[in-house]
Design a protein around this ligand. Sequence first.
Ligand SMILES: Nc1ncnc2c1ncn2[C@@H]1O[C@H](COP(=O)(O)OP(=O)(O)OP(=O)(O)O)[C@@H](O)[C@H]1O
Ligand SMILES: [Mg+2]
Length: 335
Amino acid sequence: MQAPLTTLRVEDISTTNEAMARCLRLAALAASSDVPVVLLGETGTGKTLLAHAIHNSSAREKGPFISFNASAMSDTLLESQLFGHERGAFTGAQQAVKGKFEQADGGTLFLDEIADMSPLAQVKILRVLEYGEFERLGSERMQRCNARVLCASNCSLRDRVRQGKFREDLYQRLNGLTLLIPPLRHRLQELPALIAADLKAASIKEGKNITAIHPEAMEKLMRHPWPGNLRELSHTVRTMTLFCEGEVIMPHHVVFSPDLETSSAGVHASVEVPAASMNNNHSPNDVDLSLAGAVQRHIHYVYDQTNRNQRRTAKLLGISRATLARHLQKTSASK
Ligand SMILES: Nc1ncnc2c1ncn2[C@@H]1O[C@H](COP(=O)(O)OP(=O)(O)OP(=O)(O)O)[C@@H](O)[C@H]1O
Ligand SMILES: [Mg+2]
């Protein structure tokens, strides 16, 4: 079973995939130094997990690990969130508050979803990285920054620089080391081992005695493209564990999110029925087979895979947030 994030170290993560092994070697190197690191990878590939592991394997392991998602922050709140404020610095500031840089003192500051930071956030962070100093809002006193900065993005920062959406100077500052975490579909040889580990953990959790996976079930898992990567994998394994009443995972226990949303799959799969009678046996009347229905299911699937993050879902689907919101609203209205 995976160690908890608070204790997980780089050497606890194993792989048989060459690209992932390269990434882990760089992670070990990153842990042995204080250089800023950029973790790149699709959603659910393990950027947050690896950031924790680098921190826990570094000389700063006893210090705090502070996460900050600047893309989710309005510009008005940004400065006080990053740098803190003194009492009375602005209306409503009734007491002094530490910002993220100060909270991360002696430890690691993890800047998540960095590609989507506003221009103001980029300028503010660049200043701290350049001068190694910051001040709380309402204070004249400069404080030394002693936080190691790790950041993550699920799109290429270089592309964002080319598009004029990310500052080149900040990119250069942050980019001490870049770790590229490969998507799960490029690491298929380790899928059986990852599934076995997740299955063991899920079986214990659900009080099941699952001992094997039917070859056809494994084939179904191997054929899936895994757009939600390891997050989707652990979700799928958890679901198949729930559906399995016996000792062997059968193909009909393997249900991917959009199938689940056609509702009949989960209900059928919870009963032991021969695999042949279970595969895609929804009657056309049970399931909305219209194109609009498929679109809705796909939207919800991607939405789940991004941990219900609207901004990221819209980006992956290539639609605007307003369009996404309209689709999501449509579903909740029809429920
Ligand atoms: N090497 C791994 N082995 C097993 N499970 C993993 C591994 N890496 C990540 N996971 C699991 O996959 C899930 C997603 O990981 P994580 O949150 O780190 O991804 P992420 O890349 O930060 O995603 P996002 O872009 O959505 O923030 C977590 O439940 C995590 O425990
Ligand atoms: Mg993350």
